[in-house]
Design a protein around this ligand. Structure first.
Ligand code: PEP
Length: 249
C-alpha cells in the first residue's frame, strides 16, 4: 500500500504575533500539491495554536510541539492532550531531541506520552535520532531501535503515528544527512518495525526525515524509497517550505 507523503513544519520557540500572521499568509498563498498527495502539518508555539488554526488554509493542519504525559491536573506550566483535543488541534510532536536533551525526556517518558496522546485521539509525530557521538561509535541503529521500542512497548495501534528520524547532529546545524545515510536508517527502522511490531505496521507507517532539510537538498532526500516526507525546522519559517512541499510529488 502506498504511503502518503507527510511534511511537518516545526516552528519551535519562534515568532511574534506579526511574524506568525506573515508565515500563515505565505502558506495560504503557496501553490502546493493536493492533500491527496501530501499531508501538511505546521506546528507553532502553543500560544499561537488557536490563531494559526483559525487563519490557516483548510488543507493544512496544525500540531502542538508537546503535551503532558497523562490527564491534566496539578502540573503547572503543562498543556494536556485533552486541551489540544478540546481546541480542535489534531496532532502533536513528541520526543523532539531538544526536549530529550534539554529537558531530560527519557525513552520511556516519550513512549508514555505517545501512548497517552493517541489514547485521547491525537495523531503523533514521534521523534527519534542519534547524537554525533552515538553515530561515530557505531550505535545509531541500537539508539533509534531503543527509542522506537519504548514507543512500541506502549502502543498497539500505529495508524496515527508518524515516525520522524532526526539525527541530532543534523538538527539546526546545516549538516544534513546524505540521502544514503538517511535511507539506510529508514530502511533499518522499517525492518525493525517489521520484525518487532508487524509487517502491516512496517509497510504503512510513514517514516519522515528531519535535520537541516531545505529547498536545495529536499528532492534527493525525498527520492529515497523509505523517506516518506520531512520534519522541517528552520526552513519551515520561510517561503522555501513551499518548495520542500512541492518536492514531495
Ligand atoms: C527540527 O527541529 O525538527 C528540525 C529538523 O530542525 P532543522 O530543520 O532546523 O534542522
Amino acid at each position: 500500500m502506498a504511503r502518503k507523503f507527510f511534511i511537518g513544519g516545526n516552528w519551535k520557540c519562534n515568532g511574534t504575533l506579526e511574524e506568525v500572521k506573515k508565515i500563515v499568509s505565505m502558506l495560504n498563498e503557496a501553490e502546493v500539491p493536493s492533500e491527496n498527495f501530501v499531508e501538511v502539518v505546521v506546528s507553532p508555539p502553543f500560544v499561537f495554536l488557536p490563531l494559526v488554526e483559525s487563519l490557516l488554509r483548510p488543507d493544512f493542519q496544525v500540531a502542538a510541539q508537546n503535551c503532558w504525559v497523562r490527564k491534566g491536573g496539578a502540573f503547572t506550566g503543562e498543556i494536556s492532550a485533552e486541551m489540544l483535543v478540546n481546541l480542535g488541534i489534531p496532532c502533536v510532536i513528541l520526543g523532539h531531541s531538544e526536549r530529550r536533551s534539554l529537558l531530560n525526556e527519557s525513552n520511556e517518558f516519550v513512549g508514555d506520552k505517545v501512548a497517552y496522546a493517541l489514547s485521547v485521539g491525537l495523531k503523533v509525530i514521534a521523534c527519534i535520532g542519534e547524537t554525533l557521538q552515538q553515530r561515530e561509535s557505531g550505535s545509531t541503529m541500537a539508539v533509534v531501535a531503543a527509542q522506537t521500542k519504548a514507543i512500541a512497548d506502549k502502543v498497539s495501534n500505529w495508524t496515527h503515528v508518524v515516525l520522524a528520524y532526526e539525527p541530532v547532529w543534523a538538527i539546526g546545524t546545516g549538516k544534513v544527512a546524505t540521502p544514503g545515510q538517511a535511507q539506510e536508517v529508514h530502511l533499518e527502522l522499517r525492518k525493525w518495525l517489521h520484525d518487532s511490531v508487524g509487517a502491516e505496521v512496517a509497510a504503512t507507517t510513514r517514516i519522515i526525515y528531519g535535520g537541516s532539510v531545505n529547498g536545495a537538498n529536499c528532492r534527493e532526500l525525498s527520492a529515497q524509497p523509505d523517506i516518506d516526507g520531512f520534519l522541517v525546522g528552520g526552513a519551515s519559517l520561510k517561503p522555501e517550505f513551499a518548495d520542500i512541499i512541492r518536492s514531495l510529488t
